[in-house]
Design a protein around this ligand. Structure first.
Ligand code: XIL
Length: 370
């Protein structure tokens, strides 16, 4: 048993040494260089990372990634906390980070039913909501016009069965709010690419809804440049076929496909179904947090294989894919430590809590460098 343990620790260490011979002053390949000819490789930045508080973290981000998405600071709640008040401090810093490091800067997200300012949640009439939407889009997208390369204009507007989500926007404004969001975004920042972003739209039922939504924008003559498949997935590999088909079907609409929030949870999901609905919340339970003390080698390797399988599909369809963004730079940062159950220890990303590359990192890199 001891020997086995030693062997697995050695295997992980060798993996890390192979990828990062001397962490901190590495000159070997990085994700962004390895995939340079294929698609952008992005990460989500939290407030601390935007402020560059930790030099090692900053170095990791700029070494590996050439695209960034704000994890929270551009959502309407934080950026537009009162009807006539915008808080641009963090978002300005985020954009400055991207400009300084020559990165592709993504805006996330203009219209979303979650993380709304509380005054919007209390709006009860169409005119006020439409006024909020227009002013919000004009002000936020307008401020960063020319700097933000692509906007997630609309986030998660679909239910799991592919019908339109019964959000406050749909209830008060009817489905025309979707066209309005894209119309106002195009006006506010004519140079930015405009995306529809959602989770679970690789699944056939919900995918149908997304295709319908995209076609209805196109039928109205509105611009939509791409679709973002979030990619909050688990270890179960039975969605590979869906992932591949969704790339093919979405790109047939003449738009780009991006994977915008990729992470692979290794923990059980209480409902059994993996969604990314942030309103879900379940009670804490030690059984649901099995890897507090560390990730078993077998799971570590299963995750590496899962990432490898997914990236094989991405590479096969690289001309249809604009960007693959991970939802964070290392396991310690991941939202999946707190959702859908608080205080768990999850391991969904490519670098561990010490910022060292995991087998998942190496398995992806090896697809390009071996
Ligand atoms: C998550 C953030 O990572 C968390 O920090 C926050 O508490 C909730 O939102 N889909 C999205 C992302 O589009 O914006 C969400 O990000 C994850 C699900």
């Amino acid at each position: 048993m001891q020997l086995l343990k030693l062997a697995s620790v050695t295997a992980i260490t060798l993996y890390s040494l192979y990828a990062y011979p001397c962490f901190g002053q590495v000159s070997g390949p990085s994700l962004k260089t390895a995939f340079q000819q294929d698609f952008l490789i992005g990460t989500a930045l939290n407030g601390r990372q935007i402020s560059e508080r930790n030099e090692k973290e900053t170095q990791l981000i700029i070494r590996e990634y050439n695209a960034i998405t704000p994890e929270n600071v551009m959502k309407s709640g934080p950026i537009h906390p009162e009807p006539n008040l915008f808080n641009f401090e963090a978002s300005d810093r985020y954009v400055a980070f991207g400009v300084k490091h020559g990165m592709y800067i993504v805006g996330h997200t203009l219209i979303w039913h979650s993380q709304l300012p509380s005054y919007v949640q209390h709006i009860r009439n169409a005119d006020s909501l439409s006024h909020f939407m227009k002013g919000h889009i004009e002000t936020v997208a307008g401020r960063y016009a020319g700097k933000i390369k692509s906007w997630d204009v609309l986030n998660e507007a679909l239910e799991e069965d592919g019908s339109l989500r019964k959000s406050i926007f749909l209830q008060l404004l009817g489905e025309d709010y979707i066209a309005k969001a894209f119309e106002w975004a195009a006006q506010a920042d004519p140079g930015a690419e405009l995306y529809y972003n959602d989770y679970g739209i690789e699944r056939p039922e919900k995918r149908k809804g997304a295709i319908k939504l995209i076609k209805s924008l196109q039928a109205k003559g509105l611009r939509i440049d791409g679709v973002g498949i979030q990619g909050h997935w688990g270890l179960n590999g039975n969605n590979l076929y869906d992932i591949e088909n969704s790339i093919i079907e979405f790109s047939r609409l003449g738009i780009k496909v991006a994977f915008t929030e990729l992470d692979i949870s290794v923990l059980p999901h209480p409902s059994g179904v993996t969604t990314a609905d942030i309103s879900q919340n379940y009670a804490q339970d030690p059984k649901m947090n099995p890897y507090r003390e560390g990730l078993p080698q077998a799971i570590q390797m299963a995750q590496a294989k899962r990432y490898e399988d997914i990236f094989k599909i991405f590479i096969k369809h690289k001309e249809k894919i604009s960007r693959v963004t991970f939802w964070g730079a290392h396991d310690g940062q991941s939202w999946l430590n707190g959702w859908p159950i608080k205080n768990r220890t999850n391991y969904p990303l490519l670098h561990d809590r010490d910022l060292m590359p995991k087998p998942a990192y190496t398995s992806i890199l090896n697809l390009k460098t071996k």
